[in-house]
Design a protein around this ligand. Structure first.
Ligand SMILES: Nc1ncnc2c1ncn2[C@@H]1O[C@H](COP(=O)(O)OP(=O)(O)OP(=O)(O)O)[C@@H](O)[C@H]1O
Length: 306
C-alpha cells in the first residue's frame, strides 16, 4: 500500500464507562473511497468525529492529510471537507448565503465556490431559503457544501440516508467525480449496495472494533463456501427437495427452488438434465455468490465468526 492519507492507530474513545471505539487501526489510501459499515451504535460516527477533530480520542494516533486533528486544526480545516450525520442551517438562510459562509470559513473565493456549486447541480436552489427545502434537498446541500473547498479529504456520515433513488445516484456521481479529482473519501453508510458500488475498500465495525476490512467483493465472499442456485421453470417439473450433486436444497419461494452448492458445475448439469428430461423450460436461473449484505448480517449476528 502507498501514500496513506488517513492513518489511525489504536484509536480508543470512551463515553464514561462505555468504550465506543476500542483500539481501531485504519489506513485510507490517497484517492480511494473507503466505507465504514456497522450496525447502529457500532462506533462509526465517533471514529469520524475523532478524525475531524470534533472529539478528542482517549488513546491512539490519528493523522489526516498529514495533520493531527487536535493540534493542527487550522491546517486541517483547509484540507478537510465534512458532512456531519446531523446538520442544520438557519431556516431563513438562503442557499447562496450558505455557500458564501462556507467559502468564507475556508478562505475560498465566493466566486469560485459559486462556479463549483453550479457544476454540482444545485444552482436551481441558490435563492431558496434553507427552511423551505425538502429534507432530501437539505441533505444534498450538506453533502455538496464541503465539496466547495475541493478538499484533500472528504468525510461523509451517511450521505445518502433518506435520499430518493435519483438523488442517491447523483450523489454517487458527485462522490466519484470528487475521487477522480484526487479527493480521498471516507464515508459511513448503512447501505450495503452503496458500499458495494461506491467503495474501493470497506471496514465493518462492531462494538468499536474493526472485524473485517478489504475490497467489498472479497469481504462478501470471505468465509462463504457455497453458491446459491435458484431456478424457476415453466411447468414446475422440479420437485422441492430434489437431490442434486454437491448441493443442499434450501427452500422454495415465489415459484423458485433454491439450493446451496459447493460444486456449481455438477449441480447445474444435473439440474438442467432434470428440466430437459421433463420437457420443461427454464424461465429464470440465478447463480449468486454471497452478497455483502448477507455477509454483514452473518458477522453482525455472529452466525459466522469474522
Ligand atoms: N456523546 C455521547 N455520549 C455518550 N455516549 C455516546 C455519545 N455519542 C455516542 N455515544 C455512544 O457511543 C456508541 C457509538 O455511537 P456512534 O454514534 O459512534 O455509533 P454509530 O456506529 O455511528 O451509530 P449509528 O449507525 O446509529 O449512527 C453508542 O453506544 C452510542 O450510544
Amino acid at each position: 500500500m502507498t501514500d496513506p492519507v488517513i492513518e489511525v492507530q489504536g484509536l480508543t474513545k470512551r463515553y464514561g464507562t462505555l468504550v465506543a471505539v476500542d483500539g481501531i487501526d485504519l489506513e485510507v489510501i490517497r484517492g480511494e473511497v473507503f466505507g465504514l459499515l456497522g450496525p447502529n451504535g457500532a462506533g462509526k460516527t465517533t471514529v469520524l468525529e475523532c478524525l475531524e477533530g470534533i472529539r478528542r480520542a482517549d488513546a491512539g494516533q490519528i493523522r489526516v492529510a498529514g495533520c493531527d486533528p487536535q493540534a493542527d486544526t487550522k491546517t486541517l480545516r483547509s484540507k478537510l471537507g465534512v458532512q456531519l450525520q446531523v446538520s442544520s442551517l438557519p431556516d431563513h438562510m438562503r442557499v447562496r448565503e450558505a455557500v458564501s459562509l462556507v467559502c468564507a470559513w475556508h478562505g475560498v473565493s465566493v466566486r469560485s465556490g459559486l462556479r463549483l456549486i453550479q457544476s454540482l447541480g444545485v444552482e436551481s436552489l441558490m435563492n431558496r431559503m434553507y427552511g423551505r427545502l425538502s429534507t432530501g434537498q437539505q441533505r444534498r446541500l450538506h453533502v455538496l457544501l464541503p465539496l466547495l473547498v475541493d478538499p484533500e479529504v472528504l468525510v461523509l456520515d451517511e450521505p445518502t440516508a433518506g435520499l430518493d433513488v435519483q438523488s442517491r445516484l447523483e450523489l454517487h456521481l458527485q462522490i466519484r467525480a470528487a475521487q477522480s479529482r484526487g479527493v480521498t473519501v471516507l464515508l459511513a453508510t448503512h447501505d450495503m449496495a452503496e458500499a458495494e458500488l461506491l467503495c474501493d475498500r470497506i471496514a465493518i465495525i462492531l462494538h468499536g472494533k474493526v472485524v473485517l476490512c478489504g475490497n467489498p467483493s472479497d469481504v462478501a465472499l470471505a468465509g462463504s463456501q457455497t453458491t446459491k442456485v435458484r431456478i424457476r421453470t415453466a411447468n414446475d417439473s422440479l420437485l422441492p427437495g430434489l437431490d442434486l450433486p454437491g448441493a443442499v436444497f434450501t427452500g422454495a419461494s415465489y415459484g423458485y427452488l433454491e439450493w446451496q452448492s459447493t460444486d456449481v458445475a455438477d449441480t447445474l448439469i444435473e439440474l438442467l438434465n432434470h428440466v430437459k428430461g421433463a420437457r420443461d423450460t427454464v424461465e429464470d436461473l440465478r447463480v449468486e455468490r454471497s452478497s455483502l449484505e448477507e455477509r454483514f448480517l452473518q458477522v453482525v449476528e455472529g452466525v459466522s465468526k469474522p
